[in-house]
Write a protein that binds this ligand. Sequence first.
Ligand code: COA
Length: 334
Amino acid sequence: MSKRRATITAVGHWVPERKLTNADLEKMVDTTDEWIRTRTGILERRILDNGATSDLAVGALRVMLERRGIGAMDLDLIIVATISPDMFFPSTACLVQEKIGAKNAWGFDLSAACSGFPFALVTGMQFIENGTCKKVAVVGADKMSSITDYSDRNNCILFGDAGGAVLLEPAANDGEGILDHILRCDGAGERYLHMRGGGSLNPPTHETVDKKMHYIFQDGKSVFKVAVVKMADISAEIMERNGLTGKDVDWLVPHQANLRIIDATAKRMGLDPSKVMINIEKYGNTTAATIPLCLSEWWETGKLRKGHTIVMASFGAGYTWGAVLMKWTAENGR
Ligand code: COA
C-alpha cells in the first residue's frame, strides 16, 4: 500500500490596512527610499495598530475556512508558527482556537523564526500521514512591529505584520501533496540574529528595556552571507534528490527577506525569474507569514494551479532553514 500523503487543500491570508512606506521611514530614521529598494526590494509594509498576532492568524484562518467551505469545528489541530506570540503562555494557538471557536481542535505554537512555516507544515503533515488527524490548520503569523526598534535603521526597514494559513488534509491520489522536505538548524547563528531580552536568560528588568534587548537584533551582513548560500543550496538539494531540473518546477515560493537572496536561490535552481513568487515589495519580511501569504495571493489570482510542482524555501534565525517539495492539489482559485 502506498503512503498516505498530506496535501494543502485551502489557503488564506490577512494583512492589516495601514501601510508603512519607505517615504514614511525616511521621516523616522536616516535612510532613503533608494537605499531600501536597491538593498532589499521592499517598498512598503503593513502595520497592525490594534491587536496582536492571534488577530493576524484569525484573519487568515477565517479566509482559509471560508474558501474550503468548512467551519472551525471541523479542525482537529491548529499549529501557529510565530516568534511574536501574544504572550509567553497560553500559546497563540490556544488563543486562536478560542477566538474562532474551534472546539474540537488541540494546538500549539512552533518557534523557528523565518523558517516557521515550513517547520510547522512538516510537523502538521505528520498527523495527517499517521492518520490521527484529518484536518490540520497550519498558520504563519507575526506582528513583527511589536519587536522592531523603529529607531534602528538597520532593521526597521525590513519587517511587517501579516498572517497566512493553509489546511492540510489527506491527498486523494499518489504523487500529490507534500512529496519531500529537508529541514535544518544551526544554533551557532544565534549571535547574529536574536532577541535576547524577556526570556529566562534575561528576564525583563529596567536594564533589559534600557538596552533594547526586547527588540530584534540582526547583524545583517553576516546573516546575508549565510542565508544566500543555505537557501540556494537546500533548494537545489531537494530538486537534485527528486531528479528535477528548473523546467520541472512551476513555482519557487521563497521566504521574503531580501530580493537578492531570492534571486540567488532562483538562479541556483535554474529557474526562470517568472516562476518565482515575490511580494516583498508590498509586505517586507513578515517572518512566519511570508510563504503562506505568497501561496494565498498566487492561488487567488489563478496563477498557482492544480498540478503545479512547487518548492518552498526558507532561511531564518536559529539559524533555521528548509525546503519543501509539493504537487499542488487545491482546486484553482480562478
Ligand atoms: N538606510 C541607509 N543606510 C543603511 C541602512 C538604511 N536603512 N541600514 C544600514 N545602512 C548602512 C549601514 O550602516 C552600512 O553603512 P557603513 O558601510 O557606513 O557601515 C551600509 O548601509 C551598508 O550596510 P550593509 O550591512 O553592507 O548592507 P547590506 O547590503 O548587507 O544590506 C541588509 C543590509 C540587512 C538589507 C542585508 O544584509 C540583509 O538582507 N541581510 C539578511 C536578512 C536576512 O535574510 N535575514 C534572515 C531572515 S530574517
